[in-house]
Each structure stands twice: as structure tokens, then as C-alpha cells.
Design a protein around this ligand. Structure first.
Ligand code: SF4
Ligand code: SF4
Length: 231
């Protein structure tokens, strides 16, 4: 038993160092059994038995985020897309690495909202990130990491490779209200449970038209969220 545990620990650290070598800033693994029923758009036969969620994040460029004043910029849009592609590439490489060890792995694309009106996706990268100890759900309804705030984008790989799991984060936003103060439509409230996704979505649509960006992005509440350790 002790011997097999050591093998799992070795796999965790091996995957983590490979991911970091490929550009990942944050890495964690969560036991996702308790949130399997929220993977509503993933066919059961595809996700069956994949109870470990590998959460990986790449930090956004601070200088590009500084370009955001009162709405998304083209620079942010291109960066956002490139970071998503980089995450998807890392997820594919981690998937192949796991499969070479004769386990199953399922990469979930980083930006994969299928139904924007209802904000539905295959799974929530944020929820996996919480289970993997990466951070907590902030007032801005995003995953917040203590060192990097919300300035990170994420991808998930589900697997049945039995890995060491991290403990879910027990932190929260504390006294910080930076995102509440700056949201142009007042969508962010004291509790993330009261976050108004309709107000936010309307503003994203407006930005998309105003700045001719073919995507629903904003970046304002991402930019100001610096977690517990301001950079
Ligand atoms: S993305 Fe923009 S509109 Fe939506 S909550 Fe954040 S700051 Fe407000
Ligand atoms: S800006 Fe502050 S209040 Fe808003 S999500 Fe980040 S840590 Fe929480």
C-alpha cells in the first residue's frame, strides 16, 4: 500500500513539473467525485470513472491587463485567445503523458462556454480549481488565487490516474471589495452568490459590439483582483 502511494505521489510531481516546464503557473489536483453531477453537458460514458481533476492555470501578462481602462482592448483579446490555446496545448500533452501510462484522460478546453445565455459549459474550471486547492470563488464570480488573484486562466484534465489530491482552499475575499467598486454595471455584490450574471452578460455583449471584439470579454474585474498578495 505504501509502495503504491509513493508511485502516485511520483506521478503528481512528475505531471506538475512537466506542466510547469510547458508554461503552467498554477497546478493542482482535486477529487471531483462530489461535483460529478454538475458536469451536465459531459456524456456519462465519456467521463465515467474520471474522478481526478487536474487544474492548470497560466497567468496573464500584467502589462496587457494594465491596457484595460474602461473596457477590453484588442491586445487583451488576442492575449486571452493565445493563453487559452497555450492551456489547451498543455492539456493535450498532459493527456498524452497519462495515456502513455495506460490511464484515461479527458482534456476540457479552456474557453468552452457552449450556451452563453445560460452560461453553460461541459464543466466549471473554477469548481475544479477550488477542489484542487488553487483558490476560492471570489465576489467577481471568478477563481481567485492568493498569489495571482483572478489574473489566471485555467484548463482541466479529468483522469482515472490515481493521483495525490490537494485540499480545497478555505480562504475567501476577506475585506477586499475592489471588484465591487469598479464593475461598470454593479453586477458584483458582497457575496458571490448574489453576483448578477445577466447584468454582466449584457455589458459583455455591449463591449463586444462597441470594440468590435468577436467574443464576450471584459477584463475589468480580472485586472483589479490581485488576491492576498498584491503584486
Ligand atoms: S466582467 Fe466586467 S461587467 Fe462583468 S462583473 Fe466583471 S467588471 Fe462587471
Ligand atoms: S477583487 Fe477582491 S473582492 Fe473581488 S474577487 Fe478579488 S479578492 Fe475578491
Amino acid at each position: 500500500m505504501i509502495e503504491s502511494k509513493q508511485i502516485y505521489y511520483h506521478d503528481y510531481h512528475e505531471l506538475k513539473s512537466l506542466a510547469e516546464e510547458w508554461g503552467v503557473t498554477l497546478f493542482g489536483v482535486g477529487d471531483v467525485r462530489d461535483i460529478l453531477n454538475t458536469f451536465e453537458l459531459l456524456p456519462k460514458d465519456i467521463s465515467d470513472g474520471l474522478v481526478y481533476g487536474i487544474s492548470m492555470g497560466i497567468r496573464l501578462s500584467g502589462r496587457i491587463m494594465e491596457s484595460i481602462k474602461d473596457g477590453p482592448t484588442k491586445l487583451y483579446y488576442y492575449h486571452y485567445r493565445r493563453v487559452n490555446i497555450a492551456l489547451d496545448q498543455v492539456a493535450i500533452m498532459i493527456t498524452n503523458h497519462i495515456q502513455r501510462s495506460n490511464f484515461n484522460a479527458l482534456p476540457i478546453p479552456s474557453s468552452q462556454t457552449i450556451d452563453w445565455e445560460n452560461q453553460r459549459a461541459h464543466l466549471s474550471h473554477k469548481a475544479i480549481g477550488v477542489m484542487a486547492g488553487i483558490g476560492w470563488i471570489g465576489r467577481n464570480n471568478l477563481l481567485v488565487n492568493r498569489d495571482h488573484g483572478s489574473l489566471v486562466r485555467y484548463v482541466t484534465v479529468l483522469t482515472d490516474m490515481p493521483l495525490k489530491v490537494d485540499s480545497p482552499s478555505k480562504e475567501d475575499c476577506g475585506e477586499c471589495t475592489e471588484c465591487m467598486k469598479i464593475c461598470p454595471v454593479g453586477a458584483i455584490k458582497e457575496s458571490f452568490n448574489d453576483y448578477n450574471r445577466d447584468l454582466c452578460l449584457e455589458r459583455l455583449k455591449w463591449f463586444s459590439k462597441k470594440y468590435h471584439i468577436g467574443h464576450y470579454i471584459c477584463g475589468i474585474c480580472v485586472k483589479v483582483c490581485k488576491g492576498k498578495k498584491p503584486l
